[in-house]
Design a binder for this molecule. Structure first.
Ligand SMILES: [Zn+2]
Length: 74
């Protein structure tokens, strides 16, 4: 008997996946990018994430881009 129970796949590390409840800080669209700054977290949609990446990424502690999930459902 060496059955292992792997019914809890870890596919997102320790980070919770952005959900439909996460909304872009600027336009209110569903967020696919989460930026962690020293002052807190900012959710962005794919559009605004890309727009502010150049400006914010140098100071961001973590840049979480889940825009690839946009294409999963197509
Ligand atoms: Zn937006």
């Amino acid at each position: 008997m060496s059955q292992t129970t792997t019914d809890q796949p870890v596919d997102q590390l320790e980070l919770p996946t952005l959900s439909a409840l996460d909304r872009c800080d600027l336009c209110g669209a569903q967020a696919y990018v989460r930026v962690t700054l020293a002052t807190g977290e900012l959710p962005f949609c794919g559009h605004h994430g890309a727009k502010f990446k150049e400006k914010l990424e140098p100071t961001a502690l973590r840049w979480e881009d889940q825009t690839s999930r946009l294409h999963d459902s197509e």
